[in-house]
Ligand binder design. Sequence first.
Ligand SMILES: Nc1ncnc2c1ncn2[C@@H]1O[C@H](COP(=O)(O)OS(=O)(=O)O)[C@@H](OP(=O)(O)O)[C@H]1O
Length: 574
Amino acid sequence: MANTPHGGVLKDLYLRDADKQTTLAAEAETLPSIVLTERQLCDLELILNGGFSPLEGFLNQKDYESVVEKMRLANGLLWTIPITLDVSKEQIEESKIAPSKRIALLDPRDYTALATLTVEDVYKPNKVKEAELVYGANDLAHPAVTYLHDIAKEFNVGGTLEAIQSPSHYDYVANRYTPTELRAHFKKLQWTRVVAFQTRNPMHRAHRELTVRAARQRKAHLLIHPVVGLTKPGDIDHYTRVRVYKALMPKYPNGMAELSLLPLAMRMGGPREAVWHALIRKNHGVTHFIVGRDHAGPGKNSQGVDFYGPYDAQILVEEYKNEIGIEIVPFQMVTYSPDTDEYIPADEVPEGVKTLNISGTELRRRLKTGLPIPEWFSYPEVVRVLRQSHPPRNQQGFTIFFTGLHASGKNAIARALQVSLNQEYTRSVSLLASENSRAELSSELGFSKRDRDINIARQAFVAGELTRSGAAAIVAPIAPYNDARNAAKKTIEQFGGFYLVHVATPLEECIKRDRDGIYERAKRGEIKEFTGLDAPYEVPTNADLTIDITQQSVSQAVHEIILLLEKDGYIGSA
Ligand SMILES: Nc1ncnc2c1ncn2[C@@H]1O[C@H](COP(=O)(O)OS(=O)(=O)O)[C@@H](OP(=O)(O)O)[C@H]1O
């Protein structure tokens, strides 16, 4: 039989409110509303489907303070992470949020009303205290603490929820199970002992071995229950991870393991989060839960020291195991022994026996450079998925961002670079020449700082999208301002390579080379705010390459850019 929910009753608010959903939806149209944040949306989904049982809403002040201080709801039930609906002063005023008011909670993606909140109270959380007691330190190196101070708004609204509808999902829908659905699934499969494995990372052979060992030890079936809500910033995206899990599932014996995706917003709260994870799994009907080394660990604090000890989570979970009501399976990471070609838990490796491992950083390096990933470490099917999402540099996109004065020669170099890159045949090459960008993207803009910044931001957006899709983008605006160039870099480099090339032709030379006589017109006052004359050009100090066309030919300039791209692996074979 599936495990009892935390608090005894599964609070599936969809089932509870099924009869009144049409009325609630109609009422929601008339109510003031709050558009949820991404984190709040994840939390709401798990409150509504019972994953957060016994919660039936967002914590009121009494519950919040009790959870922060005592790891318990005000009624004494164990609950370790505050689940709060944070709002700003403006939202409170605009929606007239006050006790006993009803508020519609809207999906941020399409403004669908998902639930109605009956407000109990509005309160100001003590964020420093929450950071210290829940996450162990008021240290911005902790992602949940940064969230608390930089993203979460000033006030919390406590209150109970009524369910209108669940948030829509369009990805991996068949693999998403609510607690009610998962319980029915276990029943159908006749699974009574189920050990759940939580993960926010791709899974390799070591994870498969670890989970099978846990199942064998406890004579249980296996639920691979990865988080697909919000995880640690910088993690591999969930699309890739789910493809990895799907590639891995056939490696388990038939009928041993199932995959279900959990729309949880993690806090990386280590020990407290491990207890929370266990309670969530209990609500999903699971009987056993694997807690490994450094469970939900946020990494190092601002002093360079780990926030939590590697086994703190296991210790806290052990301390509360009777109240949690799920059997904890503590696990050491398993490691590979090349001599015996087997995986062994780290604490069982005999003295002197050599073991191998590949760290996350090393794996990313191998993916980036195209270096082999050995079969003892992962399955070829898994590696294929990872390589598709992390192509080597020579298949990734990049942007060459030229900056320089009018008539500096940047347009000629940009055109020649496009021709040169076209020889490669490996990716499409797009040139956003300044005159085209001005005509097609920014025709209504002039040359004030604000307008120029918008112009650069638009080009950066387009170049970013091209870079994301694996193309080479060449942009060649004047881009006279540092902050706009830096913002462009930030926009683009999250998707691939970014190179700032400063065509540093001196102004006098530009004036000499200006065949259209534009500088002359500007000097006569016919063109205002002209860069280099009555508008500034901030010389970049962070250019990847500086070219002076009075000293170098166009071919030479292009060749230097090609050399830069080759050095970083964007062109040529890996
Ligand atoms: N006031 C003023 N200042 C600078 N440039 C001016 C101005 N008015 C028109 N032009 C012509 O517009 C071209 C520069 O546009 P950009 O989009 O590159 O400018 S910016 O990056 O937004 O600053 C640039 O042409 P190219 O250098 O040939 O691209 C200029 O001839």
